[in-house]
Write a protein that binds this ligand. Sequence first.
Ligand SMILES: NC(=O)c1ccc[n+]([C@@H]2O[C@H](COP(=O)([O-])OP(=O)(O)OC[C@H]3O[C@@H](n4cnc5c(N)ncnc54)[C@H](O)[C@@H]3O)[C@@H](O)[C@H]2O)c1
Length: 251
Amino acid sequence: MAQVSKVIIVTGGASGIGFAFTEHLARLGHRLVIADVRGADEAAARLSAQGLAAVGVAVDVSSEQDAAAMVEAACAQYGGLDALVNNAAVFANLSLKPFDQIPKDEWMTVMQINAMGPFLCAKAAVPALRRQGGGRIINIASTTAIKGTPHMLHYVASKGAVIAFTRALARELGNDNITVNAIAPGFTLSDGVLQNDLHNKIGDTARKGARSIQRDQVPGDLVGALAFLISDGAGFITGQTLAVDGGSVFL
Ligand SMILES: NC(=O)c1ccc[n+]([C@@H]2O[C@H](COP(=O)([O-])OP(=O)(O)OC[C@H]3O[C@@H](n4cnc5c(N)ncnc54)[C@H](O)[C@@H]3O)[C@@H](O)[C@H]2O)c1
């Protein structure tokens, strides 16, 4: 059966894993809104140049006003909304440090963007998803929350919050025909990771040693899981966290 073209917002969709998501979904025929604090228009132009349907919106996911404007832009451009992908986060530019050396302000920034951001975006998106008769929310978590990875306590705690948020919101939205799931990537060579040399700081063994498939993970390894969770065939899966990490953790 032909795939139905859906309207999908991807936060943090201008670079890294988020751009791999937008590009893959647009190639499948979906219509994309790239919502990012920087580079959204440029990323959308890269897709439009390939004949794909994408618009960019400048959005800080920790702003309630921006989240509302993002959903309005999607509805104005495409006439409705079918899915929200909460991908934006602070990660690669965080320095690794023991928990008692994390300043309070840094903790708050990570929580505001990584945990409150998905909440504000979901709050803005759900009325539009309800108007469509249902939809999808997919939150990008991290296997660090399952492993208890040390030296980034704020980040790990924020991703634990994303997993718990996914479960509780799934229960609240089940009767609206809106599924809520999470994808937990393993350590991935994204733009942010490469620019900050984080892969070398973490080291070869920490990156790959515990994996069943012992190679580096790249953004393209994650796109199939997202497309599946957005597809019509995944409509009875909700509240779940899918680890995509080469078989390091087993949920
Ligand atoms: N790279 C990894 O190893 C890894 C592993 C597990 C989970 N993740 C998660 O995957 C997602 C993408 O990670 P990545 O490595 O591609 O990151 P990245 O730093 O390469 O890209 C993050 C994107 O989010 C945007 N962004 C940051 N703050 C924002 C804000 N306040 N509002 C809107 N956009 C904002 C950035 O501009 C950027 O485009 C994140 O949720 C991250 O936590 C990454």
